[in-house]
Design a protein around this ligand. Structure first.
Ligand SMILES: NC(=O)C1=CN([C@@H]2O[C@H](COP(=O)(O)OP(=O)(O)OC[C@H]3O[C@@H](n4cnc5c(N)ncnc54)[C@H](O)[C@@H]3O)[C@@H](O)[C@H]2O)C=CC1
Ligand SMILES: O=C(O)C(=O)COP(=O)(O)O
Length: 396
């Protein structure tokens, strides 16, 4: 039995992908083979050395100690694009909320306590405070043109906005998906200085922490709107509050409330709702559960953030050895000569690498015993070895 521990509420549709004759799935469970998580912070956790895979049912992996897992030879999976539409829709909602001052206007109405004729008068007298702007012809800058950023940029174009995009690492497939009318900005600074609305869609990594700081905020247009549905730490919040107070920014819309910002009249903060839709929760959970099963049962790696994509269909009647090792020369040579010494014939082999990690799948014609596996474990640079007896394509 494989054991899957869940650290957050994961959609039942995803958890149902684990057949209960093969898997035990629970939140309280010791010695798990794999962990499924959403936003729970795993950095401080004592992670069991039985863990062979971590699945993030979502996009961002800043809550997971990815480097620590790489050192242990453990892949971390996520669900690229599976919640992108949900986030895009909330960003659009944020855009409209800010453009028309809807939250402030709604609050104004909620607080009117006059009788009917007085109410009508105050409605008409008060509305001028909430005059907004229309979107066609205005410019939005989208920082990060990944799964979410591309969708935001394309929809903004469809709404008649001028769209500037900045992403030095854009993938070819995302570049293909991008509306031809999206203009490339050559730097974050250029994008900020030319945009009425700015929406951030980059992951939180060292290079993006405080990406939007006081200096960059000064480059922004007067009365610009900043939307942050990525991560709180990408924006220097104290600097944003100062810019709002100085009337430099007109509004900050984000998915990350803090005590300092949540009651500010020009801040709209939502309780990290970007991916909280039925569809996104199902998509993410199903995608990641399938990827974990593929790794545990077949050794294949799809959509990992630290491992190379590695897919080798199982050879009929073969047994599979899955080896994670440091990406240094002569590892495959040492592995294959060890197998040869034990008279194991290789039926198929794949070796892929990514940064410091290399991953090798070897199908052998006859069963491998513990002695050969121990010998492979003993090769300097080998991080983990798993053996899948009579490997076969996983059942759906
Ligand atoms: N509020 C919410 O509930 C959600 C928030 N997110 C956040 O949004 C982030 C982006 O998600 P996806 O679009 O799905 O990820 P993605 O990986 O598809 O796209 C990220 C893009 O950012 C680009 N990038 C990285 N550093 C950059 C930089 N310094 N400047 C410009 N571009 C840069 C990358 O090249 C990539 O194209 C996630 O990492 C997560 O933090 C994601 C889903 C839900
Ligand atoms: O996918 C992401 O990066 C998110 O931020 C979504 O977080 P959640 O799964 O809703 O806790």
């Amino acid at each position: 039995m494989y054991r899957i521990q869940t650290l957050n509420n994961i959609s039942p549709l995803g958890l149902d992908r684990f057949p209960r004759n093969l898997y035990e799935v629970a939140s309280e469970l010791s010695r798990p083979d794999a962990v499924m998580v959403r936003s729970a912070d795993m950095h401080g956790l004592d992670l069991d050395d039985t863990i062979k895979a971590i699945g993030r049912a979502g996009a961002g992996v800043n809550n997971i100690p990815v480097d620590r897992m790489s050192e242990r030879g453990v892949p971390v999976f996520n669900a690229p694009g599976a919640n992108a539409n949900a986030v895009k829709e909330l960003v659009l909602a944020g855009l409209f909320l800010a453009a028309r001052n809807i939250v402030q206007a709604w609050d104004y109405v909620q607080k009117l306590d006059d009788s009917e004729p007085g109410l009508k008068k105050k409605v008409e007298a008060g509305k001028k405070q909430f005059k907004g702007v229309e979107l066609p012809g205005r410019t939005i800058g989208v920082v990060g043109l990944g799964a979410i950023g591309v969708k935001v940029a394309n929809t903004a174009r469809d709404l008649g906005m001028n769209v500037l995009g900045y992403d030095p690492g854009i993938t070819v497939s995302n570049a293909w998906r991008l509306h031809a009318g999206v203009e490339q900005a050559l730097s974050v600074d250029e994008l900020l200085s030319r945009s009425d609305f700015v929406s951030i869609h980059v992951p939180l990594v060292e290079a993006t922490e405080n990406l939007i700081d006081a200096k960059r905020l000064r480059l922004m247009r007067q009365q610009a709107v900043l939307l942050n549905f990525s991560r709180a730490e990408i924006v220097d919040e104290a600097a944003v509050l100062e810019a709002l107070d100085a009337d430099k920014l007109s509004s900050y819309v984000c998915d990350f409330p803090t005590m300092a910002s949540k009651n500010h009249p020009k801040v709209v903060s939502l309780p990290h709702l970007g991916a909280s839709t039925d569809e996104a929760e199902d998509n993410c959970a199903v995608m990641v559960a399938d990827q974990i099963r593929d790794y545990l049962e077949v050794g294949n790696v799809r959509n990992s953030v630290n491992f190379p994509e590695t897919i080798m269909p199982p050879t009929d009647g073969a047994h599979r050895i899955c080896i994670v090792n440091a990406n240094v020369p002569n590892m495959v040579g040492q592995i294959s000569s060890t197998l040869a010494r034990h008279e194991l014939n290789i039926a198929d082999l794949i070796n892929k690498s990514r940064n410091q990690i290399a991953y090798t799948l070897v199908d052998v014609d006859t069963e491998a015993d513990e002695a050969v596996l121990e010998e492979i474990r003993g090769i300097e640079g080998v991080l983990s070895v798993r053996y899948l007896n009579a490997v076969s394509e996983r059942s759906s």
